[in-house]
Write a protein that binds this ligand. Sequence first.
Ligand code: FAD
Ligand code: NDP
Length: 532
Amino acid sequence: MATPHAPPPSSAAKQTELVWSSPACRQLIRNHSLRGTGVLAWGPAAGRQCYDLLVIGGGSGGLACAKEAAQLGKKVAVVDYVEPSPRGTRWGLGGTCVNVGCIPKKLMHQAALLGGMIRDAPHYGWGVAQAPHSWATLADAVQNHVKSLNWGHRVQLQDRKVKYFNVKASFVDTHTVCGVSKGGEETLLSAEHIVIATGGRPRYPTHIEGALEYGITSDDLFWLKESPGKTLVVGASYVALECAGLLTGLGLDTTVMIRSVPLRAFDQQMASLVTEHMAGHGTRILRGCAPEKVEKLPGQQLRVTWVDLTSDRKDAGTFDTVLWAIGRVPETASLNLEKAGVHTNPVTGKILVDAQEATSVPHIYAIGDVAEGRPELTPTAIMAGRLLAQRLSGRTSDLMDYSSVPTTVFTPLEYGCVGLSEEAAVARHGEEHVEVYHAFYKPLEFTVPQRDASQCYIKMVCLREPPQLVLGLHFLGPNAGEVIQGFALGIKCGASYQQLMRTVGIHPTCAEEVAKLRISKRSGLDPTVTGC
Ligand code: FAD
Ligand code: NDP
């Protein structure tokens, strides 16, 4: 009879080496394998590698968790596998943020902003003419940077002795996962703890004829070799508005189709200003409309038919590209979660977790976009992953705090915020207990080229009772993410309006306008900033 100290010799062609690990892991194998028959239950065709921690998903959360755990002395493996998009787009290690999210998006947003700066430049004395934009050059540069990040992640895993498998994982039982490579080779991996960090993928509409055949998503946009041309973006949240904004900024004829309200989860006054600015700067916005059909015309163009939801009137338009930006679906379908007994929310499909990030199975965790109730943001996934690794290594008992998470929507005029919207503050505390300070301001850099600043606006939502705790801060203007990041610390530390008013501004900046907010909405006074 085989024992854990004397693994059976490999006989199968594809069998991988059995790796002996920490005492805890050896115990795990012993318990797991001797259960029932008293005979080691190694699969006949595949060896089994054993780790302290196995992370499924090499994106923001998974990589952060794996690297941290390895640095704290754990024996760690990461499995990551990218299923190509329905259009066939594929990419490397690093997950959504690196490959098809934050990074390519922000670089393309920057390219779009540069177009505005080139238009400003002659006013500042530069003899430059507006040059045509080359999508191919931009895409090449962005894709090369992304590939360098893919490589960097592989090197970091190697340096930290994290074993990386490019395989698609599914559960075999509560401690074991089967990974299948592109070529169909199977690897069995066992671990004391398993972290699921498989993220999500863009949702395609299922009820719209031609949607899947002819449409693309954010999984494809940043990898297009040629310009998407005249584009219809369907959706009204982060992805839709950011993509429509950058495409407009790159000079493309762009339409956004909104079925209800823009940026539903945000302060609605701010959301209206965001779309007002976009509409005033070249993006066509179709409100209260829903697409019904996408057809391919003989000349490769797409004809989209839609319905106006108020009048029921049908309309149609011709586009080169249709981009679906209607939300994301958690990546759980192929995980075989039922084999491990991991529970999901039947409505959202996301994995149910507690404050420890533990699932219904105590040694299996879920972090990032795939976990129920978590913000779909890279920094929260990373911090949750790191803290989880530290808890598993006994370094801390600190839990991830998901309150007051700052965020920025990278629309042409950026919108950064932290804390409660005005509506949420009023709903929670009552209108009579909420004071809102606000200002329409003009960024100094807008003055010389006479840029329109009608939507540059700041609002601070506070409790009315002294010292007027700040509940939320909303900033619409250039570099919103940079502005909000610092104030987020203050708000996390419980800053009050009184303290903010004693904070000295940095002149001349847009951020200093936050420290100068004197006009309350309740006063009815004109909130337009004049003078220095
Ligand atoms: P992911 O990064 O999605 O990683 C999951 C990984 O697991 C993927 O590589 C996936 O292929 C892999 N995987 C899935 N199933 C399996 C399996 N069965 N076996 C093996 N591997 C598997 N957030 C921000 O904070 N700022 C931004 O500016 C921002 N911009 C964004 C722009 C766009 C267009 C999009 C779509 C998202 C953006 N986000 C942004 C959100 C951010 O990208 C995500 O919140 C973040 O990437 C989530 O990290 P994660 O670790 O949960 O999952
Ligand atoms: P969201 O889930 O935030 O929003 C989905 C949008 O699509 C809503 O406007 C929704 O409208 C609309 N929609 C849904 N179904 C349909 C349909 N059938 N037809 C038309 N419209 C539809 O999804 P996103 O993909 O924009 O973003 C996903 C997440 O990624 C975000 O929540 C964010 O956390 C993250 N992200 C972060 C970014 C950042 O930090 N800058 C950038 C991009 C993404 P309705 O309100 O009517 O339901």
